[in-house]
Structures are given as C-alpha cells and as structure tokens.
Design a protein around this ligand. Sequence first.
Ligand code: 13P
Length: 249
Amino acid sequence: MSDRRPLVAGNWKMHKTGAEATEYAAALLAELGDGPVEAEVAVCPPFTALQPAAAAFAGSQVAVLAQAVHEADAGAHTGEISAGMIAATGAAGTLVGHSERRAAGETDAQVAVRVRAAIDAGLSVILCVGESLDQREAGETEAWLTAQLRAALTPFEGVHEERLSIAYEPIWAIGTGRTATPQIAQETVAHVRAVSAGLIDGERVRILYGGSVKPDNASELMGQKDIDGVLVGGASLDAASFAAIVRAA
Ligand code: 13P
C-alpha cells in the first residue's frame, strides 16, 4: 500500500454551460455530503464554465481544473488560454496532453512547455499519456509511453513536483466502453511509474487510469497497486455517477 492520496477527476470535455456547471456543483456537493472525502476530487469543465464552476465549488473539497492550456503568457494566439487566465478564474490546475488534443495537433514539444508553464503559474497539472490500438497490437505501447513521458517530464528532471500527476489513458479505451482490464491497466501504469522514476520521484507521483471508467469498474481499477485514481469522461457528466466513483476510491 502506498500513502499516495487517490485523485478522482472528471473531464467534462465539450459538455455543460456555466449554468449547467453551477447546477452540477450543487448536485455533486449534495451527493458527497459534509464528511471528509477520502479521495482528492476534481472536475474539468470547458473554459467557458471554469469561472462559474470555480465559484460554485469554492470552499468545498472539489477542485476545478481546465482541460488545456497554452504555454505563452499572452499574445497573438487566437482561441488559446494562458495559465494565468486559468488561475484568474479560480481554477486550480489543468489537464495537459489529452489524446483528443494531441489528435487535434498538440505535439510532445508543446505538451512539455505547457506542463512547465502551468506549473510555473502555480497550477496543478494532470499530464495525459496513452497509446492507440494499433500501437498496442504492434507491441509498441511501452516504447511509445516512454517517449511521451520523457518528452513531457525532461524539463522536471531531478525535481519532484507535488502538483504534477500523470493519467494513463489508452486511446482505445476512451469513450468506447472497452475499459482496460485491471491487469493491463496495472501493468502499463507500473511501466509509466518506472519511466517517471528516472525523471521525477516515481514513488510519490500519482498515476491515474482513464478510459471507460464507470461506477461498477472504478473500485477494481483503483485497487491495483500502482493506480492512484481515475480520470473519468462520460461517467463524470452525471453528478450521482461521478459521486459513486469518488466513493469507490
Ligand atoms: P471516457 O471515460 O468517456 O472513456 O473518457 C475518458 C477520458 O478521455 C477522460 O479524460
């Protein structure tokens, strides 16, 4: 058993307006009740709902994170948002390198500078990595994850950053209902931990699993030795189902 505190984060992707985020916050806080929650809990609304979500969850045990960040402080970057802007909404952190962003063109080099920029701005970061089905079937998973992790973590080499977590999200398990088996998830997360250990403190960094996590599989996944929590997409959109996953931690 490790003493890493579990982290359960809900990635809303392109769902919910500010008003819907406020409604969701009331429902989730009612579900979680007043007692202490074992896990650290976070939700990741779209940019337009960050401020209302941060206001609605203020003073609660639920943190609000953005889904992406740009590395520059300001400038001619149409459609982008800086780490300082995210912090100014009251949000506490951001995802970086989600596979849906990488598929839209975000490169390893951008992921690396974005993680750095977010941490430097005082945000927490969940760095996302993961392989495609073709890569898994070709036996390339470990090499691919090693390359993604080295690219993103090299700027931190030798310095453990408490605010940095990693999410292993196999692309073939995202939104497909095809969850990685607990064995595959554990094995691969153990590899992610071993590679991270060469760069930052592999024993202390929290590593999450993501990909079709639901209330009925969350507890077995989080029961694996190296899995310190989950990054939930679809099942986080409903407050009751997300609360059930938080309770599974
Ligand atoms: P699903 O839980 O909908 O498969 O999404 C996972 C994900 O991409 C979270 O970031």
